[in-house]
Each structure stands twice: as structure tokens, then as C-alpha cells.
Design a protein around this ligand. Structure first.
Ligand SMILES: [Fe+2]
Length: 458
């Protein structure tokens, strides 16, 4: 067989940290945008070597092995490493055929008894053609313990016929909307060739939750949202989830059109990350589906960490608009589901979300209209990495919604530090994404006191 071209063009990643293990990821793709053969790879399984070390120079290798990259999974590799020490930094790399990958840094979750602070980043909505992933580069520089990605990892759209200013800054690999497995694979390849995205994956383990654009705009359960048949849509969803798995360091493979995304990732006694899928299981007026909702209720009830972090894709608090009706795509479209979740709200509830391409901070209250009603927790809504925001009359929205405390219109990410007695969130922002190199600054900071927001930067 001819020698392989450099196959690590899509970078490396790690994810799903546990106290004793992590998933290591790469995908072999010497020609990442090849139109017919995924990654330009031969149609055969390939053996990839991996190494995990305690130091960046790989002087102290603690584990190594060989993983099989299968053509059925686009030659992606998901190594399930176990037997590691908790709260420990490790470095990893892959090699094949004389080629070595870049080095990734990862970190295991802490021991269940740990009270050490947890530092994590929160990102969502990275639309490639809208700009440069500078925010991801700044987050990578923070070297957090873990990064949460709350949806719209890719956008399935093609190139608009007449893009508005700032809406087609970087060319996609194809001008067509993604519909087939081959389309989605090449869209992910396009994204993974980005140096800033590679840096963020190589800097920390990720825990990712898809929203709609990993499949199709505003899809809801088995309904595509354009009136076409669920049967055809579920085939598309299966292709989209397969490509999603092939490009992220996940523990669980999809099974046809289903991918189990709800999960619990404890970080010592400080944080319980509880992740729910607010997209795939929608049915009628039900946001989560009965099975997932029961699981969530039990999880919130059983959570013992100081902070119960409910991480999911869409705006959770009530949001009244001056002119339009409430969003039917976010939790406002599912008020009974939201009320049932809030009925289980434990002390120390922090909801994280994305989707709206602006930063917001909200108090969660027993009665949205009554500022004196019981404080049930807080919500931090992260802005987009690049996706352009909608026109928003923020002043009117803040006036109509007294429980919403903050708005910022810039691109960026959330930088959070949780400890046994504090939960701090900084809204990190960049002023432009239409060219590289924007510096980062902090638009606002909040801590949580008595299940309420308290601003820290004024
Ligand atoms: Fe988005």
C-alpha cells in the first residue's frame, strides 16, 4: 500500500472525563475534503498507535496502545482510557505510518470526595462561515479543567444566494446544505481544519451536547420543521448523528437516528454536571420526553454536590418580547415541562444554555412576575463563538423581564469557576470575528449567592 499522506489534519481531542478515565479522539484524513472517499482514506481498517504521558515531552508515558480506525466510522478513533488518577493532567498523541499527531492536553475529573475548585468554559454556536473562532483560542489559553459545548457545533446550511454583510466571511467546503452522511462528514472536516478549534480541543477535555443545527434548523424530535415526512427526516438525523459521533470524543455511539446525550458528570463535591437533550426527544408540549424527564428529576433530587449545573442548549427562563410572541423553540414553548423541572429545583441550581447568540444572565424564580418570590437558582446564557445574533431590543426585553439581569451583544464564551462556597461566571467577549486576532475582555462577572445573581465587576 502507498504511504499515507499526513493523516492528522483534523487535530486531536479528548472528552467525557471521569475520575479514572477519558476518551481520546482523532480521525485519519490525509485529504480531509475528498469529495467521494471520506478523508481520502483507503476503504480498509487501519491500526493507529496512541500514547498517554504525565508530561508534555512524553518522558513519562503511563499508557499506550493500538486502536483500529474503521472505514465505517470515517477512520475516527475513540480510545477509552481507564486506570488513570483523578484530577490529573495528562498529554496524549497518536501515530501511524511514521506520522505523529499534535499533542493534546487532557485532565481527569476529580475524586468524589474532592473539594478543589473546578474551572470550566462554556461555548455554543460556532458558525464557520460567520467568522473566526478567536473565542475558542482565548478559551484554550485559559486551559480549563473541562469545556462544555452546548450545541450548534456545526451549521448544516449551504451558502445563501445573497449573503448579508458579515455572513459569509469564510468559504464552506460546499455551497450546498448538508443532507447526506458524506455532506455532514465534510462539513465537520471543514470545521476541524480550523486551527483555533483544534487548539480548544487540544487544551482540555470536552463534554458536548448537540442542539438543532447538528441536524437541521429548529428540528423538533422526529419532525424536521419543514412539513416533510418524519421517516425521511429520521434517516437524515441518523446520518447527522453518525457524523457528529465521528468528530467528537464521545463515550456512546449513535444507534440509527438515536443518540443518548443525557448524562451526568460529577466533579467531586463541588459540581454535578447534569446534561439534558432539549431537542431530540421533543414531543407535542413535552420538551424532554417522559423517560429523560424522569431521569432528570431523579438526578436533580439525588445530586449531592454544592452546585447542580443543568447544561443544555436552549434559553430556559421566561423571556417576554415587546412585539413578537414568546419563542416556541426554547423553554417558553414548553412551560409545563419547565415548571416540572423547577418543581425539583435543588439548592445550588445553575442552568447553562446557548442558542440565542447573545449573552444573558437570569434569576430563576417561583413566579417570574414577582421579584420577591422564591429564588430557585440562576441561568447563564452563553453567547455564540461566531454565529451572528438576531436583531434584539435588549433594553425593552430587560424592562419587560425583571428576572433578566444582564445582556451583551458580542461573541465569546463563559469562563466559570465553582468552589464549595462560590460560583463565579465571567462573560468573556471579543469585539470582532470577521478577521483573526481579536483580543478578549470581560464584559461582566456574576457570582451566585442565596440562589441569586450578584454582579462582581461593578
Ligand atoms: Fe446557533
Amino acid at each position: 500500500m502507498a504511504k499515507l499522506g499526513y493523516p492528522f489534519t483534523l487535530g486531536v481531542a479528548s472528552g467525557e472525563p471521569l475520575p479514572d478515565g477519558v476518551i481520546l479522539w482523532t480521525r485519519l484524513a490525509p485529504e480531509p475534503l475528498h469529495p467521494t472517499r471520506p478523508g481520502g482514506m483507503p476503504n480498509q481498517a487501519m491500526a493507529v498507535q496512541w500514547q498517554l504521558a504525565e508530561d508534555e515531552a512524553f518522558a513519562r508515558v503511563v499508557q499506550s496502545g493500538t486502536a483500529s480506525a474503521q472505514p465505517d466510522w470515517a477512520h475516527s478513533v475513540h480510545v477509552r482510557v481507564t486506570g488513570l488518577r483523578p484530577a490529573t493532567e495528562y498529554f496524549y498523541r497518536f501515530s501511524i505510518d511514521g506520522h505523529s499527531s499534535q499533542v493534546g492536553r487532557t485532565k481527569t475529573a476529580p475524586d468524589p470526595a474532592s473539594t478543589a475548585p473546578v474551572r470550566f468554559g462554556v461555548v455554543s454556536c460556532q458558525r464557520y462561515e460567520h467568522g473566526f473562532f478567536t473565542a475558542l483560542r482565548h478559551l484554550a489559553d485559559e486551559r480549563p479543567d473541562v469545556i462544555l459545548h452546548l450545541g450548534d457545533y456545526i451549521y448544516e446550511y449551504g451558502k445563501p444566494a445573497h449573503p448579508k454583510a458579515g455572513r459569509y466571511v469564510r468559504p464552506l467546503e460546499s455551497e450546498a446544505e448538508c443532507r447526506t452522511l458524506g455532506d455532514y462528514r465534510n462539513r465537520y472536516a471543514r470545521y476541524h481544519m480550523d486551527a483555533d478549534l483544534q487548539a480548544a480541543h487540544a487544551a482540555a477535555p470536552w463534554i458536548a451536547m448537540p442542539d438543532d443545527h447538528e441536524v437541521r434548523d429548529n428540528y423538533s424530535g422526529a419532525l424536521p420543521g419543514d412539513g416533510t415526512s418524519p421517516a425521511a427526516f429520521l434517516k437524515r438525523r441518523a446520518a447527522a448523528f453518525k457524523a457528529y459521533y465521528e468528530h467528537l470524543p464521545l463515550r456512546v455511539r449513535p444507534s440509527g437516528p438515536s443518540l443518548q446525550n443525557h448524562r451526568w458528570r460529577p466533579y467531586g463535591r463541588v459540581v454535578d454536571f447534569v446534561l439534558v437533550d432539549a431537542r431530540q426527544h421533543r414531543e407535542g408540549r413535552d420538551m424532554l420526553g417522559p423517560e429523560q424527564e424522569q431521569w432528570l428529576a431523579a438526578r436533580l433530587k439525588g445530586a449531592t454536590a454544592r452546585w447542580k449545573v443543568l447544561a443544555q442548549a436552549v434559553f430556559f427562563a421566561q423571556r417576554k418580547f415587546p412585539l413578537e410572541p414568546p419563542s416556541t423553540d426554547a423553554w417558553d414553548g414548553f412551560p409545563e415541562s419547565r415548571a416540572r423541572v423547577l418543581a425539583e429545583a435543588p439548592d445550588g441550581l445553575v442552568v447553562l444554555s446557548g442558542d440565542v447568540h447573545n449573552g444573558w444572565a437570569c434569576d430563576l424564580r417561583a413566579d417570574w412576575a414577582d421579584p420577591a418570590s422564591k429564588a430557585l437558582g440562576v441561568e447563564f446564557v452563553g453567547t455564540s463563538v461566531t454565529s451572528m445574533p438576531p436583531m434584539t431590543d435588549a433594553t425593552a426585553i430587560l424592562a419587560l423581564n425583571p428576572h433578566i439581569a444582564f445582556f451583551d451583544h458580542r461573541r465569546g464564551y463563559l469562563s466559570c469557576t465553582a468552589s464549595m462556597d462560590d460560583f463565579q461566571t465571567d462573560y468573556r467577549v471579543v469585539d470582532f470575528v470577521d478577521r483573526p486576532g481579536a483580543p478578549v475582555s470581560t464584559a461582566a462577572g456574576f457570582r451566585v449567592k442565596g440562589n441569586k445573581l450578584q454582579r462582581t465587576d461593578l
